[in-house]
Ligand binder design. Sequence first.
Ligand SMILES: Nc1ncnc2c1ncn2[C@@H]1O[C@H](COP(=O)(O)OP(=O)(O)O)[C@@H](O)[C@H]1O
Ligand SMILES: [Mg+2]
Length: 398
Amino acid sequence: MRILFGWTNKKKQPAATKEERRAARQKLNSQPIAQVTPTPSARKGKTARKPSFLEKIGLLWAYDIGIDLGTANVLVYIKGKGIVLDEPGYVARDTKTKEVLAVGEEAKNMNGRTPEGIEVIRPLQEGVIADYDMTQFMLHYFISSVLPASTFIKPRVIICVPSAITPVERRAVLEASLQAGARKTVLIEESLAAALGVGLDKAGANAGAMIVDVGGGTTDIAVLSQTGIVVSESLHVGSDDFDAALAYYIRRKRKVLLGRNSAEELKIAVGTVDRKSSVREGTVRGRDLHTGLPKELIVTSTEVQRALEAPVQEIIEGIKGILEKTSPELLAQIADNGIILTGGGALIDGLDRLITRMTGIVSYLAENPRYSVVLGTGKALKEMNALQDTLEELYSVR
Ligand SMILES: Nc1ncnc2c1ncn2[C@@H]1O[C@H](COP(=O)(O)OP(=O)(O)O)[C@@H](O)[C@H]1O
Ligand SMILES: [Mg+2]
């Protein structure tokens, strides 16, 4: 846990009593959140009070949950069980009544084929919370769906949020977790969770490394040392932009309109970002722009590579920019340890090779790129007792 807690403030925090916690929650709506400075949320606070006998018994059945609230997918980890949920972050609802009809995979499959009166939305887009109510609904829904109906002990939750979210959005996530029944919620930064997930906490003194997490809406680049994040940046470009760029290319060059899901499937099937990769072919169905009728197309990986050039270039430039800001000592360590790629978007063919060529530093995919972050929250759960409730922290920072 060295990387996660290396920089933490060692000052002892007195434990909040039940009443104080309740008061903090009640204050929630009256506080001007804009005054709150966002701080590293995983701050260490020692509990002065010993747990009561009942609390000790309760802890035996307690659930500790880690959540990766990504822009494309939501993953949930339960301590002792592993990853129990992996669903796309989509909600389908009635346009008029706003009644939710489907969540997750089911809602994503309705995308682009809904009858009139039903809309499919993604509450988190481009790394920000686009729809508060639906984010809260979705989080609540997913948390409740992994807990047994009979549990009466409230879970403790660690949520990894997109790094670019604002304090107001952080509060929305905390509220959702509270409403879903959490008795304590800790928000942690995506890059730290990814670092834990890929095992960087065990890297020792030469821990300097770069992590590039390519998500749906954002790419998060961070340089980590033994003491935590040294430099980081969240680019507003991610794997969803690859889909959009591919759909745009096919419309322009092949005069066929592709749905969002079809463009994503094509990207996953034959996508590459490396010009030197061997050529593959895939088929995709869309609407012919001239006739308005369905049309099946054969698309080559070379076409996909060309289509993705602009967003991929943005990611490469972002990585180079961060490397330029890194001290020579750390840069040497990064050169030794390499650039680690996490996130679903990193699975596209050739991204590791391209980054290696463009930066001169060996880049490689994490073992389970889609799971790195949620596995990192799982590791952080082991420190749950020592972590401070982020909600309380929001009120202790003035
Ligand atoms: N095998 C694959 N090849 C290319 N892209 C992939 C692959 N698997 C998933 N993706 C892309 O990864 C993105 C989602 O990554 P994820 O890490 O779950 O995002 P987030 O953390 O933002 O929720 C999607 O845009 C998806 O299309
Ligand atoms: Mg992610």
